[in-house]
Design a protein. Structure first.
Length: 60
């Protein structure tokens, strides 16, 4: 295996993990906002967390 192939595999692996981390962060933000949903200011945060999750999962 050449150095270029090794770097390409490592890059693809890191991109996959980066997507998992973004999805986890979006879910954590959504759960936090949902648990605080009785406060008026957190409704917008909950909406933003939902938008972030949708943008990273490809949902509408």
């Amino acid at each position: 295996m050449t150095i270029a192939e090794t770097l390409q595999i490592r890059f693809l692996r890191e991109r996959r993990y980066q997507g998992i981390l973004w999805a986890g962060a979006a879910v954590a933000a959504y759960i936090l906002a949902y648990s605080l949903a009785d406060h008026r200011c957190c409704h917008r945060l909950r909406g933003l967390a939902g938008e972030l999750a949708a943008s990273h999962t490809g949902a509408d």
